[in-house]
Design a protein around this ligand. Structure first.
Ligand SMILES: C[S@@+](CC[C@H](N)C(=O)[O-])C[C@H]1O[C@@H](n2cnc3c(N)ncnc32)[C@H](O)[C@@H]1O
Length: 284
């Protein structure tokens, strides 16, 4: 059937996902139908008889969802800190938990910018650019370098900066952590890969099969990137600069120890909305 009324199509889509046991069937079906039909939630309520011509595209999107692909991978974007960020094959889907890191360091970014007229930020493992772009869109005097080893992620981050109108204050830089980085920054932020290599096989299919492995795998104990960041950060930080990190829920002690051994002290720690340890902020 090439055309169908919007209300009927929404019910059908929801039913297909619910019948297959998809947990968020109502939410996912609404996002997919709205995206591929170009309609809004208001249209669904005010014009359920509106005829939708994109039935084939919507069925194809539902097929992908039924095959286990996460809904935002199918949509090609995910919203983060009020921004719509494009995704690509080698970018992690930014998660709401990571907004905790942005909230934790934003006051420091604003204070630094007010004092020095600028805040230089280094985002290690930038992916879509989520953390750096949230900070530069919130503070107009902030400038950020987003580092990644993936060309695909860097191209996506640069495109996201363009979409948000902040290209002049965001540069995407290919570097293995600090290897190609010069100069000093007021703030280093990172949500590095922090899952141990052996645990990756136990992850939900939707994470393991659709988020890039390079964005997840933190080495044998999941802590390798933290060691690299702890040992290199001092050469790239301004005096009194901060390091803000996202961590796995059981990594608070280990990551604190790694940074304390490198001469830092823990300035603040934050839990995510689920009450898990999620963010640590260090000063030297
Ligand atoms: C967990 S993802 C975080 C992405 C993004 N910052 C976010 O919070 O949504 C980790 C990122 O680190 C990048 N990465 C992995 N190894 C790296 C390395 N050696 N040097 C720089 N970036 C690396 C991955 O490509 C990935 O984009």
């Amino acid at each position: 059937m090439a055309e169908r009324p919007l209300g009927e199509l929404l019910r059908h889509a929801r039913q297909r996902l619910a019948d297959a046991g998809i947990a968020d069937a109502a939410f996912d079906s609404r996002l997919l139908v709205e995206h591929f039909s170009g309609t809004t939630r208001t249209d669904a309520i005010s014009s359920p008889d509106r005829i939708v011509g994109q039935v084939a595209e919507i069925e194809a999107a539902l097929d992908r969802r039924l095959a286990g692909e996460p809904v935002h991978r199918i949509l090609g974007y995910r919203d983060f800190y009020g921004m719509r960020l494009s995704l690509s094959a080698e970018t992690l889907e930014p998660r709401p938990d990571t907004e905790t890191l942005v909230d934790a360091v934003l006051p420091f970014v604003r204070e630094t910018a007010a004092r020095d007229g600028i805040c230089r930020i280094l985002d290690l493992g930038t992916g879509t650019g989520a953390i750096a772009l949230a900070l530069v869109t919130q503070e107009p005097r902030a400038v950020a370098t987003g580092v990644d080893v993936s060309d695909d992620a860097l191209a996506t981050a640069a495109a996201n900066a363009g979409q948000l109108g902040v290209s002049a204050r965001f540069s995407a830089k290919k570097s293995d952590w600090f290897s190609e980085i010069d100069g000093r920054h007021h703030l280093i932020v990172s949500n590095p890969p922090y899952i141990s290599s052996s645990e990756i096989e136990d992850l939900q299919n939707e994470v393991r099969n659709f988020d890039p492995r390079r964005a997840l795998d933190g080495g044998p104990d999941g802590l390798e990137p933290y060691r690299t960041i702890a040992s290199g950060a001092a050469r790239h930080l301004e005096k009194d600069g901060l390091v803000g990190l996202e961590i796995g829920r059981d990594q608070r002690r280990d990551v604190t120890e790694i940074f304390e051994q490198a001469g830092y002290h823990l300035l603040a720690q934050h839990k995510d909305l689920g009450g898990n340890d999620r963010v640590l902020v260090f000063r030297r």
